[in-house]
Design a protein around this ligand. Structure first.
Ligand SMILES: N[C@@H](CCC(=O)N[C@@H](CS)C(=O)NCC(=O)O)C(=O)O
Length: 214
């Protein structure tokens, strides 16, 4: 099994954390969507990561669809997304908030990275920033309600923890959202708890963290 994409992407990383957590071995294609664009497009013409190539040669794209397949392979007892009911709805709500915040962060970053300086549209950046913080405030409220040391849904580690953890670290390193430790204290504590786990440690992109600080 080959997982294509760098771990600086929270979408790639949530797949890598899930595979590692579930004990599913994979080879890592540490390819950049910039420098290795043509190589990635040989597997997926969309040119976006993550891409998961199974041992049977099937090419899976889109992190949520990939995670759905992985849960299917391990079965309902071990699946990271709760199977049904209130737990599943709550996990999907938290995952949607985290993904939404990440997409709004990406839009802010791309505005600076892709457009020439004279073409920045500040009202769009401000709108994205407000939307990102709106989602983060709801995640912070949930972490506060759950209390210190609790996982986000039920009493077990789920895909909500994986995704919120990966995206919180991406937002921390790319945009410094935890620079003021009092602003998202409970979410920050949840992130640190996730990052202490072996599956998070083994998939952390030290390169990205350093590049964003310099
Ligand atoms: N919804 C997609 C988002 C994936 C995504 O945006 N990947 C970024 C890297 S973080 C990418 O491939 N960007 C290059 C591009 O879109 O051209 C998923 O969950 O897999």
């Amino acid at each position: 099994m080959l997982l294509i994409g760098m771990f600086d992407s929270p979408y790639v990383r949530r797949v890598a954390v899930s595979l590692t957590r579930l004990g599913i071995p994979f080879e890592h294609g540490n390819w950049s969507v910039g420098a290795d664009f043509d190589r990635i497009r040989e597997f997926s013409p969309l040119g976006r990561v993550p891409v998961l190539v199974t041992d049977g040669g099937e090419v899976l794209i889109e992190s949520s669809a990939i995670l759905d397949s992985i849960d299917g392979w391990v079965g309902p007892e071990r699946a990271l997304l709760p199977a049904a009911g209130a737990a599943r709805r709550e996990a999907l709500r938290l995952i949607s908030l985290a993904i939404g915040a990440s997409e709004k962060a990406r839009d802010q970053l791309y505005e600076r990275m892709v457009r020439p300086p004279g073409k920045y549209h500040e009202p769009w950046v401000a709108r994205c920033r407000a939307q990102m913080h709106g989602a983060l405030q709801l995640l912070e409220s949930t972490c506060c309600e759950r209390g210190t040391g609790a996982w986000l849904v039920d009493d077990r580690f789920t895909q909500a923890d994986v995704t919120v953890g990966c995206i919180a670290t991406f937002l921390s390193e790319a945009l410094g959202v935890f620079a003021d430790p009092s602003r998202y204290a409970a979410l920050g504590a949840h992130r640190e708890r996730c990052e202490a786990l072996p599956e998070f440690r083994s998939t952390h992109s030290a390169w990205f963290a350093a590049a964003m600080q310099s």
